[in-house]
Design a protein around this ligand. Structure first.
Ligand code: GLU
Ligand code: ZN
Length: 311
């Protein structure tokens, strides 16, 4: 057995402010890496030029430092795998793309939806339209991967065993968009491997991406990290926590002069790490006793007024 060098990471998308759910995931990822004595990498996933904003990157990183979750490598700190901003790592994605069997596709979302009768809001399974020849040579093309057949199985430390037939459930998926932006699925795989990430803790909303990523890793000859998909924080209506719930984002709490130890205590309590009576705690004080197995397997549904104590 080779030596296991453990390294965790947090990989925020700077398309908005961090909310309590994001901060909770960041806290858990940080604790997991620290509890194992591993490195902790910060990577900014600003692949989408239409949605990413430097101001969100700045606020999110300030928020994470305010919460007491510094990183060993990443933006502001540098490190051997710099740059840590995906918008600056395109050459690496291009090199990986060149190792994969791909084809150009000029189908629009709407055409694919109509061709597959996909229910609204569901990503259609790619019907193979452009596999042999592009449907509309006059249009700009996206690049899709010819997904190899087979069922992918992944053992997730929290979510359990995941099984997916990517050909059947997703089909040939996009690695580079029509506007030349790199797809998250490719970038995350290239970067986790390049940065030596051995432990990926992230929100359960990304369970659905994991088989695609593992298939890319296997095809590119890259190692598969250990995955742990943690439950989400939901609003009182059961939907993923967002602006409309009126929950304070972390930047707002920070700028309003809230005590970060109070916020960490709330996050830690919601993750089963401290009892409800704990009013304030520093993230660093949670490292010694951190146990991923103690984190509840169910999403946290906020009761109305649950956050009043924070502000
Ligand atoms: N950038 C992704 C997000 O903010 C996270 C990706 C990952 O952790 O793999 O949802
Ligand atoms: Zn097509």
């Amino acid at each position: 057995m080779g030596m296991v060098i453990s390294c965790g990471r947090y990989a925020p998308t700077p398309s908005g402010r961090l909310h309590l759910g994001n901060a909770r995931t960041a806290l858990l990822a940080w604790l997991w890496a620290r509890a194992q004595g591993g490195r902790y990498v910060m990577r900014v996933e600003d692949l989408d030029p239409d949605r990413s904003r430097p101001v969100y990157e700045r606020d999110q990183l300030d928020d994470l430092l305010w919460l007491g979750l510094p990183w060993d490598e990443g933006p502001r700190m540098g490190g051997p795998q710099a740059p840590y901003r995906q918008s600056e790592r395109g050459q690496r994605y291009a090199a990986a793309l060149a190792d994969l069997e791909t084809f150009e596709c000029t189908c629009t979302r709407r055409e694919l939806r109509e061709a597959t009768l996909a229910p609204h809001g569901r990503e259609p399974v790619y019907p193979g339209t452009c596999r042999a020849a592009v449907s509309h040579p006059d249009r700009p093309a996206a690049v899709r991967w010819k997904v190899p057949p087979g069922v992918v199985e992944v053992d997730d430390l929290v979510a359990g065993r995941l099984r997916e037939d990517v050909v059947k459930d997703v089909g040939d998926f996009v690695l580079r968009r029509t506007d030349q932006a790199w797809a998250y699925q490719l970038a995350v795989v290239v970067d986790d491997a390049a940065m030596g990430v051995t432990h990926v803790l992230r929100g359960a909303d990304l369970v659905a991406s994991t088989a695609r990523q593992v298939l890319l890793q296997r095809t590119l000859g890259l190692p598969t990290p250990q995955y742990a998909h943690v439950p989400l924080v939901l609003g009182p209506d059961g939907a993923k926590l967002g602006k409309r719930h009126g929950a304070p984002d972390i930047t707002r709490l920070r700028e309003a002069g809230a005590d970060p130890r109070r916020v960490v205590a709330w996050l830690a309590n919601s993750a089963g790490l401290v009892p409800a009576g704990v009013q304030r705690v520093e993230a660093a004080a949670l490292v010694a006793d951190f146990d991923l197995a103690a984190v509840p397997r169910e999403d946290v549904v906020l009761a109305p007024g649950a956050l009043d104590a924070l502000g």
